[in-house]
Design a protein around this ligand. Structure first.
Ligand code: MN3
Length: 197
């Protein structure tokens, strides 16, 4: 199948000043587009040409000879989720079902946010912080580079890109401030709640 760059559900300048139009122009328009272009070129005329994105990820995970395919497929999957995890004037109160699941599994909303920010801060180098469903339980986890919790059998429902291209224009080296602003002022909790089983 031919993969395509999804449109954003908001204008490039709608998340400013936390995530500027310049960041989105590069991050969505160039970085994500490059993953899509590379992925299409890499799977063309191979036995993965008709596979879904999830099938490509699980098939190529851990296969060093297919690392290029895995990396571009992972980044395509991760960014599709990432763009939907944000909205203008985000953050704030969560839908009640999501709130009660988080309180049940983390103890409090604040503890979940702390764990999530900490996961992103402690991801050495490029990668992602996640909220995922693991056997029915919500967990915070992190992954390096293009990987994600899908390859470990979990369902990621909220993710923050901690590659420097995601925050360096707006936050420079302050990754903790970016992560905190992401959960407090960008998160689209309605979308996250819609991903609960
Ligand atoms: Mn990115």
């Amino acid at each position: 199948m031919t993969f395509e760059l999804p449109s954003l559900n908001y204008a490039n300048d709608a998340l400013s000043p936390i995530m500027s139009a310049e960041t989105l122009e590069f991050h969505h328009g160039k970085h994500h587009q490059t993953y899509v272009t590379n992925l299409n070129n890499l799977v063309k005329d191979t036995d993965l040409a008709n596979s879904s994105l999830e099938e490509i990820l699980t098939t190529t995970n851990g296969d060093a000879s297919k690392a290029g395919i895995f990396n571009n497929a992972g980044q395509h999957w991760n960014h599709i989720l990432f763009w939907q995890c944000m909205k203008p004037n985000g953050g704030g109160a969560m839908p009640s079902e999501l709130e009660s699941r988080i309180v049940s599994d983390f103890g409090s909303i604040e503890k979940f946010k702390e764990d999530f920010v900490q996961a992103g801060v402690t991801q050495f180098g490029s990668g992602w912080a996640w909220l995922a469903i693991d056997n029915g339980k919500l967990v915070v986890t992190k992954s390096a580079n293009a990987s994600n919790p899908l390859v470990d059998g979990m369902k990621p429902i909220f993710g923050c890109d901690v590659w420097e291209h995601s925050y360096y224009i707006d936050f420079r080296n302050k990754r903790p401030d970016y992560l905190k602003a992401f959960v407090d002022s960008l998160a689209n909790w309605d979308f996250v709640a819609s991903q609960l089983d």
